[in-house]
Design a protein around this ligand. Structure first.
Ligand SMILES: Nc1ncnc2c1ncn2[C@@H]1O[C@H](COP(=O)(O)OP(=O)(O)O)[C@@H](O)[C@H]1O
Ligand SMILES: [Mg+2]
Length: 777
């Protein structure tokens, strides 16, 4: 029978939920392995990853089949731009969006990698009935997942449509994938089969692509864990496949005895010996090579470690758009095979079997055909660690620069979709590019999400320039400033506050805290009670009171006491004292918080220029009022469904040991509370040791999931290297002079990055601090 293209796709049925009936008595499911950091992990973490991967593979039993599929494809420019571009909008600001798009496009054109690497495991099982197969698959998935959980790898079971898409991406690379699962009675094969499939002796043609199926004929004892990484980074397109069916223990032992297999990978998972950083050598014990040749010892090894033996094949499918390009690609394969002393051979007259074995069906169609499989033990398989790269590419993320390891772009989603806690930090020595990074972050959110709102705490008057250009409300918080902020303002939607937050009580606490810091001897207990009473009374009397109103209520009380000759009571003496002392802050030159707000705090971007605040005696008072304002705004924003980004530059001015404890506490409290209300705070600091020197700073720092770490020196570098368990390799990126480059951390992922912003662009004008500092002065 002449095979139709669909018949080449040899499986019986794919269910919408994802289970596949492969042959009469074989069933399978496919899982997306997800990611974990292996390449840049510290030595012990690498061993942990290897061990878990080893144990997962080793958990499979002899009725099962293991297939690892690693497709690597270049992302087309169209798709790349579609994923990363800033959509133009009618409302203006398109010059900046266009510049950002040009920047992103230029990264693609620079010949950067932009390869997408997938990691899939398909587990097949031989069972006479579907029901038993499903039960078996479920239990092996459980065992596998348990191991993967240990290293933070979250496996995701593919449903039918996802499996079709995956097969489609292999069979029809770059073509449209099915958008929905085929209706009942349609053969799923019909939805993914190429129009044309031709097989030559050592080539195959799928529609307009040409490809070759190769298998690994031989590989050395010393196969390195960088072998698969090098395959993925050849800069060609294709799929690497590993098939393995466990033998029973009895079979294994017999095989080992009868047949001289040249397996040799010898890292016992339990063997956590120290060794230098880098790949492979740490996983190889040349001493054992000899022992391996002694088959008795090999079976002993298996008995001791519980390692299994598998009937295995390693396949490599390479494809290209024309013969010439394919030859080029095969040259690259050649380089890798020489580097690793691995021998690839084309599958002669078996291109079709190779191709179906490459599809993630969970079956090796080369099994039983002599010479194409060989007996391998678990470590030989597990050395092919699938986490060959670390990428930071969130779905719906936004462009953040280039990943200096993979040369792929970095795109990060801080909106809480991917990161559980989106609070973050930008740290680095002075001049390393913190403020530029911060402004870049602000701008990209500003132009990507027109609903997002921004609050900036600016202790150096550095954001005034960008603020003017974006029409921000700049609030200059300084003595004698004409700006007024009503410190008694409540959130517009008080009912939006969490239950335990009583708005009037919060105000009363705020005033107590503020006053006790203003007054040299603080507040007495009696005065605290007075503040509380007056606050309650003020809110009863006025619907939207100001501090002036509050002061009036206190004044009335003092007068009333005088009239009714209660003046001598201790309480009233204290009230009268308080009244006298507060005059400066209500009617004097520090009256900035005493009147109705006269700036537009509803503006999309509010910049608190606190330069003159941080040195003077208003510091605590002023910051407390600002913190309170920010919290109000965030509470309202939750009601409006709006995301607020708060950026606090030079945050050590607030949380360092020299800063008053009450202020540090309030700030840390805000940090946590804002997150609760769905806002995101970013702290910016040049001195991480100062931040970590206070409990508040430390808790703020480590309760974050996002860090941009720019150039570091001395103690700070040491602290960071320790806290983030940075390898020597990663530490190097923090020593470079380049501005706005270093490491970016999102959740558990750390990658080195840079993001040079081209001069002579509007974007650069907006973010460049030097120019703005000049402008401001
Ligand atoms: N990503 C970048 N691309 C281009 N120039 C940068 C970048 N980051 C920083 N610079 C340059 O370095 C200067 C200092 O950066 P800045 O953000 O003010 O440092 P910091 O806030 O850490 O003291 C900027 O004015 C700008 O000229
Ligand atoms: Mg700065």
């Amino acid at each position: 029978m002449l095979p139709t293209t669909q018949n080449s796709l040899q499986y019986l049925d794919l269910e919408q939920k994802g289970a596949m009936h492969v042959t009469d008595n074989e069933y399978s499911k496919t899982y997306d392995l997800g990611t974990t950091n292996y390449v840049t992990a510290a030595h012990d973490d690498k061993i942990n990853v290897f061990t878990a991967w080893f144990d997962a593979i080793n958990s499979l039993s002899q009725t099962e089949h293991f297939q690892l599929s690693i497709p690597f494809n270049k992302v087309g420019k169209k798709e790349y731009m579609k994923e990363n571009h800033f959509p133009l909008e009618r409302s203006g600001g398109n010059e900046i969006r266009q510049e950002l798009n040009d920047l992103i496009a230029s990264k693609y054109d620079d010949g950067k990698n932009n390869y997408r690497i997938g990691r899939y495991v398909t587990i097949g099982t031989k069972q006479s009935e579907r029901r038993r197969a499903m039960a078996k698959l479920e239990s092996s998935q459980g065992a596998f997942t348990t191991e993967m959980d240990k290293i933070g790898v979250y496996m995701h079971e593919l449903d039918g449509l996802e499996r079709l898409k995956l097969m489609s991406s292999i069979l029809r690379p770059g073509k449209l994938k099915p958008k929905s699962f085929p209706p009942f009675r349609d053969r799923t094969q019909d939805w993914i089969a190429p129009q044309q499939m031709d097989f030559e002796s050592v080539y195959l043609h799928l529609d307009d692509t040409i490809g070759q199926l190769l298998y690994v004929e031989d590989f050395p004892y010393e196969l390195s864990d960088s072998f698969l990484k090098d395959i993925c980074e050849m800069g060609v397109e294709g799929v690497f496949t590993l098939h393995a069916s466990p033998y029973t223990f009895a079979e294994s032992t017999k095989k080992v005895k009868n047949q001289k297999t040249n397996v040799g990978m010898a890292l016992l998972p339990q063997q956590k010996r120290a060794s230098s950083e880098g790949y492979s050598q740490e996983f190889v014990s040349p001493d054992l090579k000899e022992a391996w040749e002694d088959l008795d010892e090999q079976s002993q090894y298996m008995r001791k470690t519980g390692s299994k033996q598998f009937e295995s094949s390693m396949l490599l499918y390479i494809h290209a758009s024309n013969r010439e390009a394919l030859i080029d690609s095969l040259d690259k394969v050649n380089e890798v095979q020489e580097k690793h002393s691995v021998r690839f051979e084309p599958l002669r007259y078996l291109q079709e079997q190779g191709l179906v074995s490459t599809l993630p069906l969970g079956k090796n169609f080369l099994e039983g055909i002599k010479n194409f499989t060989r007996g391998l033990i678990t470590p030989n398989l597990a050395i092919n660690i699938p986490w060959t790269s670390v990428e930071l590419q969130h779905k719906h993320g936004k462009y953040f620069g280039i990943n200096l390891l993979s040369k792929n772009i970095i795109s990060i989603d801080r909106r809480g979709l991917t990161l559980q806690n989106s609070n973050g930090w930008i740290i680095g020595v002075s001049g390393s590019g913190k403020s530029v990074t911060c402004k870049y972050n602000i701008l990209t959110d500003y132009y990507q999400n027109s609903d997002d709102e921004f609050i900036i705490l600016d202790p150096e008057s550095e954001y005034v320039g960008i603020g003017q250009k974006l029409g921000a409300q700049v609030v200059k918080v300084a003595p004698k400033s004409k700006t007024h902020i009503n410190v008694l303002e409540l959130p517009q939607y008080v009912e939006e506050m969490d239950e335990e937050d009583d708005p009037v009580a919060i105000k009363s606490d705020l005033l107590s805290a503020m006053f006790s810091n203003l007054l040299r001897n603080g507040l007495s207990e009696i005065q605290e009670t007075i503040v509380d009473e007056v606050t309650t009374q003020t809110f009863e009397q006025y619907s939207a009171p100001t501090l002036t109103d509050w002061y009036g209520v206190l004044g009335d009380r003092v007068q009333a006491a005088q009239v009714s000759s209660k003046v001598d009571s201790e309480v009233e003496i204290e009230a009268s004292n308080l009244w006298a002392k507060l005059a400066l802050y209500v009617t004097g030159s520090y009256d900035i918080f005493a009147h109705e707000t006269n700036v537009n705090l509803d503006n999309r971007m509010v910049i608190y220029d606190v330069k003159q605040l941080i040195k003077g005696k208003m510091k605590k008072f002023g910051y407390m009022a600002i913190i309170d304002q920010i919290q109000n705004r965030v509470i309202d924003a939750r009601r409006r469904g709006v995301k607020i980004w708060v950026y606090a530059d030079e945050v050590q001015t607030v949380v360092a040991p020299a800063s008053p404890p009450i202020l540090r506490e309030m700030f840390a409290d805000m940090w946590a509370r804002l997150r609760k209300y769905g806002a995101t705070v970013t702290g910016i600091s040049q001195n991480i040791n100062l931040i970590l020197a206070t409990p508040e700073g430390e808790s703020m720092f480590f309760n974050s999931e996002y860090y941009v770490i720019l150039r570091q020196k001395g103690m700070a570098l040491k602290t960071i290297a320790e806290r983030f368990e940075l390898t020597k390799q990663l530490q190097q990126y923090l020593k470079k002079e380049e501005k706005g480059a270093g490491l970016v951390v999102a959740g558990d992922t750390i990658v080195p990055f840079n993001n040079p912003i081209p001069k002579q662009t509007l974007l650069f004008d907006l973010v460049n601090t030097d120019a703005q500092k000049k402008e401001a002065s």
